[in-house]
Structures are given as C-alpha cells and as structure tokens.
Design a protein around this ligand. Structure first.
Ligand code: AP5
Length: 238
C-alpha cells in the first residue's frame, strides 16, 4: 500500500473535521524524527520539530540562529523564552489547523505549561502524548551512525537504515550530513540534559492522564505501526 492510499484509507484528521494534537517524546536518538514526519503525513496533520526549526534558523544565519547554535553545539537546551516563541509562531501556520505532531518540544515543564496556556487561549489542547522508550545503551549507537538529509531532514543510519545510495536522500535526492552535536561527548551530555530537564515533563503529562508509551527499540516499521494505532486508534487498522 502506498503512503497516498494509506492516507486516504486512514480517514485523516482533516476529513474527520476534528483536530488532533500530539506530542512525541523520547530521548535523543529515540526515533522521534524518523517516525514523526511519516506518522503526521499518514494522519494528515503537520510535523513540527523544534530542532529542525532551530537548524533552519542556523542555516539562515540570523541572530536568533546564531544564538540558538551556541546552545545546540554544546548539547544544551536553548532558553525557554526563545523556544516557546518560535514553536508557538509555527503552530499558527495554516498546516497546523487540523492538528500537529510536536517532536522535541516541550522539553521542560515551563515549556509544557506555556504550551498548554497558549493553546487554551485558542481553544486548542494537547490530546495525546506518546513517549518512545529506548534503552539508554542503544541511543549512543543510533546517534553516532546517524546521517540526515539537508533538504527534507529524513534520518538514516549507516547500519540500521542506510540510504540506497551513500550520501544521497532516498526521499528527495538531497545531500546527507552528520550533526555536530552527535559527537560522542556532546551526545552523552544531551542524554543527561534530557533525563534531568525533560524527565519531569513526562510526569507532567502522566499527571494530566494523556501519556502513553510505545517501544522504540523495535524495527522502524513496527514502531511506526504502534504509533499510528496509538494516534488514530485500532479502528483504523489498515
Ligand atoms: P533535536 O533536533 O530535537 O534533537 P534530539 O531531541 O536530541 O533528538 P534527535 O534528533 O537527536 O533524535 P530523534 O529522536 O529525532 O532520533 P532520529 O529519529 O533521528 O534537538 C537538537 C538541539 O536543539 C537540542 O540539543 C537543543 O539544543 C535544541 N532544542 C531542540 N528543541 C528544544 C527545546 N524544546 N528546548 C530547548 N532546546 C531545544 O533517530 C536517530 C538514529 O536512529 C537515526 O540514525 C535513525 O535512522 C535511527 N533509528 C531511528 N529509529 C530506529 C529504529 N527503530 N531502529 C534502529 N534505528 C533507528
């Protein structure tokens, strides 16, 4: 079944006339980027990745981008006020009208609260939060072998999901690159920042009763299927 026919079949959010706002959580290397774009496309909602938004700003060379880069290269979180403003502006775009999958945001309890407050003012809310669970020892191996497309951000791995042609994106033909913050020392630091700053966000959503977990250490297609079922429900089985 092609992606297009799957989309037709699933009964996308837009067709249901309802919105669906999802947060995909998980530590660096859990597979958020690998899954979120395709899952959002299947469901018919937007994929909003804070890391990609920052990397676009870095590429443009804006003052905002330069400031963000100084945190990203060290594996530190960009300050909450900058991050919240950037993501909330993105959520105003027309493609978010039917809903969105947030990837990489929120990462602090302050960000989670600001997200709820901003959405509430617009009569919107987060419907589901899914945590991709991957054992810590697998995460570093994933980050060190990762290659990404400069154009469409598709994620590859030298061993687990190599592109058909080395250095070239299967999806759009773009050039592949490795991220500076995937160097082992920085990646280790990102993991510890995640567990310290973002662990409490999981508790925040658990307390709100909207958190569930999906195993992220299975093959990509199985993780995607589990996510799709969790997001649109088993009644939409293909
Ligand atoms: P960001 O870009 O969000 O990075 P991250 O959260 O660290 O997540 P990653 O992109 O590293 O991992 P992923 O879960 O997307 O994994 P992927 O799918 O690529 O953030 C970067 C920086 O921006 C932050 O450090 C911070 O400075 C800043 N920032 C961003 N958001 C912020 C916020 N809200 N607040 C403050 N600062 C913020 O997969 C990894 C690899 O594994 C790939 O090679 C992939 O092919 C492979 N893989 C994926 N799934 C599988 C599988 N099932 N089996 C085998 N291999 C797999």
């Amino acid at each position: 079944m092609t992606l297009e026919s799957v989309s037709d079949h699933v009964g996308v959010a837009g067709k249901r006339g309802a919105t669906l706002n999802v947060v995909l959580m998980g530590p660096p290397g859990a597979g958020k980027g690998t899954q979120a774009g395709t899952v959002a496309e299947l469901v018919g909602i937007a994929h909003v990745a804070s890391g990609d938004l920052f990397r676009e700003a870095v590429k443009l060379g804006t003052d905002f981008g330069k400031l963000a880069q100084s945190y990203m290269d060290r594996g530190e979180l960009v300050p909450d006020d900058l991050t919240v403003g950037m993501v909330m502006a993105r959520l105003q775009a027309a493609d978010c009208r039917n809903g969105f999958v947030l990837d990489g945001f929120p990462r602090t309890v302050n960000q989670a609260r600001a997200l709820d407050d901003n959405l509430r003012r617009e009569s919107r809310k987060i419907d589901k939060v899914i945590d991709l669970d991957v054992p810590e020892e697998a995460l570093l191996a994933r980050l060190s072998g990762r290659w990404l497309c400069k154009v469409c951000h598709t994620s590859y791995h030298t061993m687990f999901s190599p592109p058909t042609q080395e250095g070239v994106c299967d999806r759009c033909g773009g050039e592949l690159y490795q991220r500076i913050d995937d160097k082992e020392e920085t990646a280790r630091h990102r993991l510890s920042v995640y567990f310290d700053a973002t662990g409490p966000v999981l508790d925040y959503y658990r307390h709100a009763g909207i958190l569930s977990e999906v195993r992220g250490d299975l093959p990509v297609a199985e993780v995607m299927d589990a996510l799709r079922r969790r997001i649109v429900g088993a009644e939409h089985d293909l």
